[in-house]
Design a protein around this ligand. Structure first.
Ligand code: NAD
Ligand code: UDP
Ligand code: UDP
Length: 314
């Protein structure tokens, strides 16, 4: 039952890093939230503060299995995002993206819900066009260690656009670039959490390869703002739309920033570069700027400060 503008919203992967921030924001806006997660990389701790909220419900469920619930809107975020975790059980990673997309699209079709897919900059692979616009088809290795994630997400995008064309489903696809912030798992394995945890513990700071590869880091609050704007944009705005912070840094620069903020005595050590690690990555966000009237507002220094505060308190 729907009252006024209040919606019943399903967030898959809602106990993860991005999902838990999204659940919180959707509740603040007065919606009912059904958070579905199998707790592979997410934790109950991330949503513990929401459990007593009368409009919040937490369900342990794996999206590779069908789900019959009554909802108005779906944010499909379920999928491990850190290379360490998505490569741990690569077959399950592909199943989560592909079977998860099929089940959530089937659910959206039956309930006539809007559905948003959290896609990724990884669909561009190791890009030879820089920065990456949405009409770039990418350069992805189909048989490498990252393929379970990259190709799974690419296939999920295919399914979204086929349900859009074949079943006239109201879809939304966002391609998220590296996002960081509080509630990342301390052992998540991604670069921002790794470097901050190492700096705080006085352990060696691990740079893979020469550390001159680049990434563009978006603070979580900016990201959540963008995906909610995308969901609420007119039905003709389906995407895919890049969401990220176009400020580009080498991983060495990131390490320097972390060391400065934490006042750490840690020293930097170099480790082998993982296979197929993209050399550069930076979003072209002109579409987000024009269609969503959105651009990120948190600088890397400010975002890192808040993230360091979170990890220091753990
Ligand atoms: P995360 O690992 O913290 O969250 C993913 C959540 O999905 C976890 O809570 C996990 O337990 C859950 N999950 C995994 N498999 C599932 C399954 N089969 N059924 C139900 N739940 C399942 O990662 P995140 O950074 O919060 O990423 C959320 C989404 O955003 C992912 O789809 C990811 O691909 C996408 N994304 C994130 C980034 C980023 O930089 N954070 C970048 C690009 C895309
Ligand atoms: N599905 C689901 N919840 C629903 C409706 C469908 O999980 O409320 C799943 C169902 O398992 C199905 C998939 O979504 O396999 C795709 O549904 P769709 O209706 O598109 O295809 P079909 O049922 O014809 O295979
Ligand atoms: N990286 C690093 N040290 C670490 C973890 C990651 O130098 O401890 C590098 C990694 O090789 C990649 C970049 O940082 O070039 C971003 O890695 P992450 O796993 O965060 O995400 P990706 O963008 O590669 O999916």
């Amino acid at each position: 039952m729907r009252y006024g503008n209040r919606k019943k919203i399903l967030v898959t992967g809602g106990a993860g890093f991005l999902g838990s921030h999204l659940c919180e924001r959707l509740l603040e806006q007065g919606n009912e939230v059904l958070c579905v997660d199998n707790f592979f990389t997410g934790t109950r701790r991330n949503v513990a503060h929401l459990l007593d909220h009368q409009d919040f419900e937490l369900l342990r469920h794996d999206v590779t299995f069908p789900l019959y619930v009554e909802i108005d809107e779906i944010y499909n975020l379920a999928c491990p995002a850190s290379p360490v975790h998505y490569q741990f059980d690569p077959v399950q990673t592909t199943k989560t993206s592909v079977l998860g997309a099929i089940n959530m699209l089937g659910l959206a079709k039956r309930t006539k819900s809007r559905i948003l897919q959290a896609s990724t900059s990884e669909v561009y692979g190791d890009p030879e066009i820089h920065p990456q616009p949405e009409n770039y088809w990418g350069r992805v290795n189909p048989i490498g260690y990252r393929s379970c994630y990259d190709e799974g997400k690419r296939c999920a995008e295919t399914l979204f656009f086929d349900y859009f064309r074949q079943h006239k489903l109201p879809i939304k696809v966002v391609r998220i670039f590296n996002t960081y912030g509080p509630k990342m798992h301390p052992n998540d394995g991604r670069v921002v959490s790794n470097l901050i945890m190492q700096a705080l513990r006085g352990a060696d700071i691990t740079l893979y390869g020469d550390g001159l590869q680049t990434r563009s880091f978006c603070y979580v609050d900016d990201l959540v703002d963008a995906i909610i704007r995308m969901m609420n944009a007119p039905e003709t705005v389906v995407g895919p739309i890049n969401i990220g912070n176009p400020e580009e840094f080498t991983i060495r620069q990131l390490a320097e920033a972390v060391i400065k903020i934490t006042n750490s005595k840690s020293k930097v050590v170099f480790k082998p570069l993982p296979p197929d690690d993209p050399r550069q990555r930076k979003p072209d966000i002109s579409n987000a700027v024009h269609l969503l009237d959105w651009k990120p507002s948190t600088s890397l220094a400010d975002g890192l400060k808040k993230t360091v505060e979170y990890f220091s308190a753990l």
